[in-house]
Design a protein around this ligand. Structure first.
Ligand SMILES: NC(=O)c1ccc[n+]([C@@H]2O[C@H](COP(=O)([O-])OP(=O)(O)OC[C@H]3O[C@@H](n4cnc5c(N)ncnc54)[C@H](OP(=O)(O)O)[C@@H]3O)[C@@H](O)[C@H]2O)c1
Length: 250
């Protein structure tokens, strides 16, 4: 029996990167996990197979996010597999890294659509499925609180908006015993950060030096914190912004 046995979790963007780490961790704690993917169907199915092989329970759930009606589409698909939800992790996200004068309106709209609009409407259309006492965890970024990478300005703005969402939603859902928090990673080794970490010979060491702990973050560093917030131990934490940057902001 794990601490999340009997719970159902949905992790968006769980076919790879941080989302995969979170899905596998929640499954290890006993949750049945909906492994959502946008384009990475084969990868998501691999995650499901890995979870099942380890004795857990999961299913894959495909839905592009960020466009009109996408959230309703995801929930319609979810309803074919499960009849309620205890933990929603809004992890799917995209980056935007360019000087402000090079960011076109299309890119601006896209990064806001995927990083802000999608979680907003997933919650708006999914609140009835979320059981009382549940958890919502929004994956933000340390960049919401530091200007260390000013070319990520549009991306950082989306994560700040997501943080306001976490804060205000915690008041909306508090009466139902549902906690809502932002988890803010620093640089984590994923596809998303490949260029940043491997772009030149000294990139890895430079990024490692951002953190007080002198290393680059791993997906498990984030997944462990999400798992705690999702557990009974996280019951009195809500409306919070949890720094998981290894001390990059200190
Ligand atoms: N890596 C870092 O250093 C870091 C730091 C701070 C915050 N974060 C945040 O952590 C989250 C995960 O980052 P990551 O590094 O793991 O990213 P990643 O490796 O690039 O993976 C992104 C995930 O988001 C999904 N996704 C993107 N756009 C989508 C869309 N339109 N519809 C549906 N799914 C979509 C992808 O799914 P498919 O592949 O199936 O399309 C993929 O699973 C993001 O919100 C990111 O902003 C990352």
């Amino acid at each position: 029996m794990g601490v999340l046995t009997g719970r159902t979790a949905l992790v968006t963007g769980a076919g790879r990167g941080i989302g995969r780490g979170i899905a596998e961790r929640l499954a290890r704690d006993g949750a049945r996990v909906a492994v959502h993917y946008g384009r990475s169907e084969a990868a998501a199915k691999e995650v499901v197979a890995a979870i099942e092989e380890a004795g857990g329970s999961a299913f894959a759930l495909g839905a592009e996010l960020g466009g009109p009606g996408d959230a309703e589409g995801l929930w319609a698909e979810f309803d074919r597999h499960a009849d309620g939800l205890d933990i929603l992790v809004n992890n799917a996200g995209i980056g935007s890294s360019a000087p402000i004068e090079e960011i076109g309106e299309e890119e601006y709209d896209r990064v806001f659509a995927v990083n802000v609009k999608a979680p907003f409407f997933l919650v708006a259309h999914g609140m009835d499925r979320l059981r009382d006492g549940g958890r919502i965890i929004n994956i933000s970024s340390g960049l919401a609180r530091t200007a260390a990478m000013p070319h990520n300005i549009a991306y950082a703005m989306t994560k700040s908006a997501l943080d306001v969402f976490s804060r205000d939603l915690s008041k909306v859902l508090g009466p139902r015993g549902i906690t809502v928090n932002s988890v803010a990673p620093g640089v984590i080794d994923t596809d998303n950060t490949a260029e940043l970490l491997h772009g030149s010979e000294d990139s890895w060491a430079r990024v490692a030096a951002f953190s007080a702990l002198g290393r680059v973050g791993e997906t498990a560093d984030v997944a462990d914190v999400v798992a705690f917030l999702a557990s009974e131990g996280g019951r009195w934490i809500t409306g919070s912004w949890v720094d998981v940057t290894g001390g990059s902001l200190t």
